[in-house]
Ligand binder design. Structure first.
Ligand SMILES: [Zn+2]
Ligand SMILES: [Zn+2]
Length: 245
């Protein structure tokens, strides 16, 4: 298996101004798959020396702003500047929410007239919760997030689990593998739709916690850093990466 790299382009929650949106970049030897595309994506890519034109495909976990609002820029700039229509991978049941309820208002009309999502992207619905990218196998799984809003996490090559936005997951609490886990970690005392640090510590046993990196956290990270580093595997730092293969 060739080498894969997963870079943490952003690690913040939706309120953060110190960190970019929690968006990741999977890189194989020759191509780049963006995981989620929030409103800070151009700044996050600039920080690692890349532009929108360096991205070969995009996968989306759910339709909150910090995960999809960058698609407006992406779509327009790909269509009118780069003149490319890159693959957009998503679970079929978030398709309508993404276009009809989220992007159509700002992308449904352009100088070319009326548009569909397919005019901007090569839309590829994910079937059977799995897809490949340059030899990398990706699996999606449903997470527990905003009620009524379908949200999916991703497993990369059975090596790395990314929960995207989620409360703690029962199956993960009993996971006996050695897979690295990037887990949503709200630093607020309570939160109805994100796992709090207190919940991660309470729900997951030590053998899960010690391979779990906190991501999607708030600006007050330094207040909680020592607790995270004592109780969890650590902090997913913006700009850092994991490599496997
Ligand atoms: Zn969300
Ligand atoms: Zn989010």
């Amino acid at each position: 298996m060739s080498r894969r790299r997963l870079r943490f382009l952003g690690v913040g929650d939706s309120e953060s101004i110190n960190f970019w949106n929690t968006n990741l970049l999977l890189e194989t030897e020759s191509r780049r798959l963006l995981i989620d595309c929030g409103y800070t994506i151009k700044y996050a890519l600039r920080d690692v020396g890349l532009t929108l034109g360096d991205i070969d495909a995009i996968a989306i976990t759910h339709v909150h702003a910090d995960h999809v609002f960058g698609l407006e820029r992406f779509g327009y700039e790909m269509r009118y500047s780069y003149r490319r229509r890159i693959p957009l991978m998503l679970e079929p049941n978030i398709m309508s929410a993404l276009w009809e309820q989220t992007l159509k208002g700002c992308m449904g009309r352009s100088s070319d007239g009326e548009n569909r999502l397919e005019d901007f992207f090569n839309v590829k619905p994910i079937s059977h919760h799995a897809f490949g990218f340059e030899g990398c196998q990706l699996h999606t799984f449903p997470t527990i997030h905003t009620p009524g809003m379908d949200t999916y996490g991703l497993i990369f090559d059975d090596d790395v689990i990314f929960t995207a936005d989620s409360k703690p997951l029962d199956w993960l609490a009993s996971d006996r593998s050695d897979r690295l886990i990037l887990h949503d970690c709200s630093l607020q005392a309570s939160n109805p739709v994100h796992a709090t640090l207190e919940e991660l510590i309470r729900v997951y046993p030590p053998q899960v916690r010690n391979r779990l990196l906190a991501i999607h956290y708030g600006d007050d990270l330094e207040t909680y850093r020592s607790l995270i580093e004592r109780e969890l595997g650590g902090v997913a730092e913006q700009g850092n990466e994991v490599v496997w293969g």
